[in-house]
Design a protein around this ligand. Structure first.
Ligand code: NAP
Length: 279
């Protein structure tokens, strides 16, 4: 049976560290403040927002939500982002995505200043990540994968890591963070040939494609660590990208739910505290 790499202990360790860092910022008169911008009332957004508020309360960060109707115009959203950019007391911002289809998502993502872009949605943050420069923030789920691997002391130096998925939210940024740790990274996508072989050759597999149970247990072996980023709802149940039989086969695997997702919120607030420290 695989070791379950649960997210909760990782989030607790991050919370403990952040509580101390926020106390030090408070002594200097700084109170880290996050602004969450939400359009509409999607269930997933509300769930994430509540978990962010709880985590902020636990570590002593401020959190405000700005809620706009889903039918708001792009100009109205850009106005809100401009106000966040100019507010010195706001250290960072999370825009819950995807934005409504009538908006130009790329233009909206570019509007937030990179030093407040805690979820690495703009190309300036992503460019800094890809160039290996400090200053921006990687997308939180990608950072959460690294937090998990680090917490459970999974060796990455020289390790072969296969990443399934190449989105700008997870697949590509996590591959860059892994390269920074000197892993040998293979990034796969819907046109990749022979995924079973590419999965089998990995020491660490990161599955982030959004297809429940897509990765089969027989593609895996007993020496591997598997991070299952997938979070698809099937008949009201959250399912990962890796079939559950993999738990009988590999060395270690993240549960879904309770794995990577449980660390993503903690990573967002870690980015907030870093932004406040830099400011
Ligand atoms: P996305 O933008 O839809 O990207 C999916 C990626 O998977 C694409 O690169 C796509 O390849 C690839 N893919 C799709 N079908 C494939 C196949 N049959 N074989 C190989 N690759 C395939 O999704 P995302 O935003 O990256 O999210 C991925 C999953 O992570 C979703 O389940 C999402 O809910 C979950 N997620 C979890 C968290 C968390 O905190 N736990 C946060 C965000 C997202 P192409 O590029 O070729 O199309």
């Amino acid at each position: 049976m695989a070791e379950l790499l649960k997210g909760a202990p990782v989030a607790s360790a991050i919370a403990e560290d952040l509580t101390a860092r926020i106390a030090r910022l408070n002594e200097k008169g700084v109170q880290p403040k996050l602004t969450v911008i939400r359009l509409g009332e999607r269930g997933g957004d509300l769930f994430y927002e509540r978990s962010i508020q709880r985590f902020c309360g636990k570590v002593g960060a401020l959190c405000e939500s700005i809620v706009l109707p889903e039918e708001s115009t792009q100009e109205e959203l850009l106005d809100v982002i401009a106000r966040v950019n100019e507010a010195p007391e706001i250290h960072g911002c999370l825009l819950l995505r995807p934005v409504p289809k009538h908006m130009d998502a790329a233009a909206v993502c570019e509007a937030l200043r990179p030093e407040k872009d805690l979820d690495g949605m703009g190309t300036r943050a992503l460019g800094a990540l890809f160039a290996g420069q400090k200053g921006g923030f990687a997308p939180c789920t990608a950072s959460a994968c690294l937090e998990l691997l680090e917490h459970y002391k999974v060796p990455l130096e020289g390790a072969r890591v296969t990443v399934l998925g190449r989105s700008l939210v997870i697949g590509r940024p996590v591959s860059q963070l892994l390269l920074q740790k000197n892993a040998t990274v293979t990034v796969c996508h819907s046109r990749s040939r022979d995924l079973p072989a590419l999965c089998r050759e990995a020491d660490v597999l990161i599955a982030a494609i959004g297809k429940p149970g897509f990765v089969k247990a027989e593609w895996l072996h007993e020496g591997q660590t598997v991070l299952d980023v997938g979070a698809s709802m099937v008949d009201g149940v959250m399912c990962g990208d890796v079939e559950s039989a993999a738990q009988e086969r590999v060395a270690a695997v993240t549960p879904v739910p309770g794995g990577v997702g449980a660390v993503t919120t903690a990573t967002l607030i870690k980015h907030l505290v870093e932004a406040a420290e830099r400011a």
